[in-house]
Design a protein around this ligand. Structure first.
Ligand SMILES: Cc1cc2nc3c(=O)[nH]c(=O)nc-3n(C[C@H](O)[C@H](O)[C@H](O)COP(=O)(O)OP(=O)(O)OC[C@H]3O[C@@H](n4cnc5c(N)ncnc54)[C@H](O)[C@@H]3O)c2cc1C
Length: 495
């Protein structure tokens, strides 16, 4: 450990730490990941990737492999309501939830991080942290003893119990668990023909195949709600039978666990040289299957900003923009997972009434259905600028209608891209100015999405994480100088 050195130390080799490390390495930042566990857990908490996460993967050229290996699920649920949310009409080249186990996601992200030059040290726990004006220092404990390591920044991607968050003195306000769900992975000798999702006065059960003849049986058992209870095969059998009328011949559990609905959110995602991402920043009931997704998107937002800061390319405010943009996303995450938890645990007559009212509202109001689908898919996220005079497209997702979108391809290197949509190359010398900053220019037209109207746009600068950074209308009197002015105004000087 004594020889390890890096500009950034990432604590935790979960999906979020691995993605962040890969993003930093892509930008040329030397990055060290410290991971407590010698081996990755064989159990996949998350079983799926939502559309915006697949877009994130597409922006770095990885989506193809994930999509080829996973199984697209065309609709999803909100709080286990019976009215499904149709993803097929969503404004994305990936209009589905991709069934994909967390263990495999982590394997692929770890391979990418290592390929990009990240050092990952397993079997080493961060046990303390201090910081001063120029560096942050972690205390690391492993089989070789305890030592200290310093870096320009430390990022806590060390999960809900984050040592980094606690050592940095970042508050984690919220609520303790008042309800518990369960997960059992078992063989079913008499399996259901389709995915089961049932909710009634006895509780809630979802049963879905996870490969190798095994099924995940998950849900809510009102008769096992003591904090210290452990899930047994007998209890899993009993709740499944009470809710569905059969236990499907379950046997041979490979994983039996419970989880609570404690919901907490870090007061800040940055304290000087310490940052937080993923579950270290937000913990919640795993309703809607979004936690991993939100965390990877945190990392996508943070990576390029932190790289610019470390390399002296960031203007004031760029790195603080990470908290400003992602903290509201964490707030919304806490809100909708609490709401879904309330629906899943609603087994009383008044709770059932609320569920059926909402079910009918969703079924009869396509806009409501779409709003909820976009929320889970993370397609509703925008980063509105503080400048009221900014172009209305600033902060929205860059348009991409197909998996092979030019825009996704142009972002593979993790740098911003200038889109010249003027048709006649009217942005002229702006392409040279962009090139001098390390920004490539791509000329449209591009396939449009059903999202915001791009018809009047002459040029746009897309951030490395796929959101519009600046936009200039085609009828601007001097498009060329307007684009050059936009390049000058970016919160980073070069890439
Ligand atoms: C039952 C359940 C089901 C879920 N289902 C879904 C789902 O379907 N979809 C979805 O998107 N999300 C789901 N989630 C949430 C998802 O699993 C998490 O959001 C995701 O794992 C968060 O990733 P992370 O990298 O932030 O943290 P983690 O995955 O918790 O990784 C943190 C890493 O840090 C390491 N670490 C911890 N402390 C230290 C330390 N002091 N020093 C060094 N290393 C340390 C840990 O060993 C771990 O490897 C589910 C969660 C649960 C509990």
């Amino acid at each position: 450990m004594e020889n390890a050195s890096a500009q950034v130390i990432v604590v935790g080799a979960g999906p979020v730490g691995l993605w962040l490390a890969a993003e930093l390495a892509l930008a040329g930042v030397s990055t060290l990941v410290l991971e407590r566990d010698e081996q990755r857990s064989p159990h996949s908490k998350a079983l799926g990737l939502h559309p915006r996460t697949i877009e994130v993967l597409a922006m770095r050229g990885l989506a193809k492999q994930f999509v080829a290996e996973g199984a697209p699920v065309p609709s999803w649920h909100f709080g286990m309501l019976e009215s499904r949310l149709d993803f097929t009409g969503l404004d994305t080249p990936y209009p589905f939830m991709l069934a994909y186990p967390q263990v495999r996601t982590e394997e692929l992200l770890e391979r990418r991080a290592r390929d990009l030059g990240v050092t990952i040290v397993r079997g080493h726990s961060v046990t303390g942290l201090t910081q001063d004006d120029s560096s942050a220092t972690v205390e690391v404990t492993g089989a070789d003893g305890t030592s200290t390591l310093s870096a320009r920044f430390v990022v806590g991607c060390d999960g809900a119990g984050s040592t980094v968050r606690k050592a940095a003195g970042i508050d984690f306000p919220g609520t303790d668990s008042t309800a518990y769900g369960f997960i059992g992975e078992v063989v079913l000798d008499d399996p259901p023909g389709t995915v089961i999702s049932m909710h009634n006065a006895a509780g809630a059960v979802i049963a879905l195949p996870i490969g190798g003849g095994r099924y995940r049986v998950t849900g809510f058992d009102p008769e096992n709600q003591n904090a210290g209870d452990e899930l047994t095969l007998e209890a899993l059998r009993a709740i499944t039978s009470r809710v569905t009328g059969t236990d499907y011949g379950m046997r041979d559990p490979s994983w039996l666990t419970r989880f609570g609905n404690a919901t907490r959110h870090a007061a800040t995602y940055r304290k000087d040289r310490v940052l937080l991402a993923g579950d270290a920043a937000h913990m919640h009931w795993p309703a809607g299957g979004v936690g991993l997704n939100v965390g990877v998107q945190d990392a996508m937002n943070l990576g390029w900003k932190l790289a610019a800061e470390v390399q002296g390319r960031a203007k004031a405010g760029l790195l603080d923009g990470y908290h400003d943009e992602r903290h509201p996303v964490g707030e919304a995450l806490a809100e909708h997972t609490l709401a879904q938890g309330a629906l899943i645990t609603a087994i009383t007559p008044d709770g059932q009434a609320l569920r059926s009212l909402l079910r009918d509202l969703i079924a009869s109001h396509p806009d409501l259905e779409r709003t909820l689908a976009e929320k889970l898919a993370a397609l509703d996220i925008t980063y509105p600028p503080s400048d009221p005079a900014a172009h209305p497209l600033v902060g929205t997702r860059a348009p991409a209608a197909e998996p092979d979108s030019i825009i996704f391809g142009a972002l593979h290197g993790g740098r911003p891209v200038l889109l010249d949509l003027s048709g006649g190359g009217r942005s002229g010398r702006a392409a040279e100015a962009a090139s001098a900053m390390g920004i490539e220019t791509h000329s449209g037209p591009f396939a449009e999405t059903g999202g915001p109207d791009w018809s009047g746009v002459g040029a746009a600068i897309i951030r490395p994480d796929g959101y519009v950074w600046r936009a200039v209308d085609a009828d601007s009197p001097n498009l060329e100088s307007a684009v050059i002015h936009s390049l000058d105004s970016l919160e980073a000087t070069s890439f």
